[in-house]
Design a protein. Structure first.
Length: 199
């Protein structure tokens, strides 16, 4: 079923429900009119005793229209509440994940990063955003990152590779990373993890 047909079917269903709510379940055949047209006709009909019945029918049509709008408003409000709850849930999951989630652009500039990513890179979050991820990596790992992004750009299934961070306090640190392309923004989503400790 096409989107237009689904929308038309939904509006018809909404109208039937609105009529049912106003008429306690009795079916009524009502003609369609815009609200402004209906108000003008209602005023004209109400001013003459011979057309008072028509005025009542038109008033009923306006009531149905009002109930339709109120039902649409309530459904939209409920959808917004559900979407906001889902967004909060997903944001919390990403922020509390043990893996680092990074969004970088073509030049590897960090656009977004979660708390685990900040911890794994070993820098303050305000020092990270706007800086190229490559500036935290050894030269060979910077090249490896570019190859990984090229594969992601070409739609190749993501593979995990090892990236070596520049030493801090003499310690060499490595990360496992995978990259995928964000279709909507053209940026890249990187997932980084510390390799398991040798046990």
């Amino acid at each position: 079923m096409s989107h237009v047909a689904e929308t038309s079917s939904y509006l018809s269903s909404l109208r039937v429900r609105a009529v049912s709510q106003l008429t306690d379940g009795m079916r009524t055949d009502l003609t369609r009119a815009s609200t402004s047209e209906a108000m003008a006709v209602l005023f004209k009909l109400a001013s003459s005793p011979s057309t008072a019945g028509d005025a009542l029918a038109l008033l009923h049509e306006l009531q149905v229209h009002q109930v339709e709008v109120e039902m649409q408003h309530e459904e939209l409000r409920q959808s917004r509440v559900e979407l906001e709850s889902a967004l909060i849930r997903q944001t919390t999951l990403v922020e509390r994940a043990p893996a680092g989630y990074l969004v970088i652009d073509e030049a590897t500039v960090l656009c977004e990063i979660n708390l685990a990513g900040v911890r794994l890179l070993g820098a303050a979050s305000n020092d990270l955003l706007g800086r190229p991820l490559a500036s935290f990596l050894s030269a060979p790992s910077g090249e490896q990152l570019q190859k990984m992004l090229m594969r992601a750009r070409d739609g190749v299934v993501p593979e995990t590779c090892e990236l070596q961070l520049l030493p801090q306090a003499g310690a060499i640190r490595k990360l496992h990373a995978t990259a995928d392309r964000e279709v909507s923004s053209g940026r890249f989503l990187l997932v980084i993890l510390a390799p398991p400790s040798p046990g």
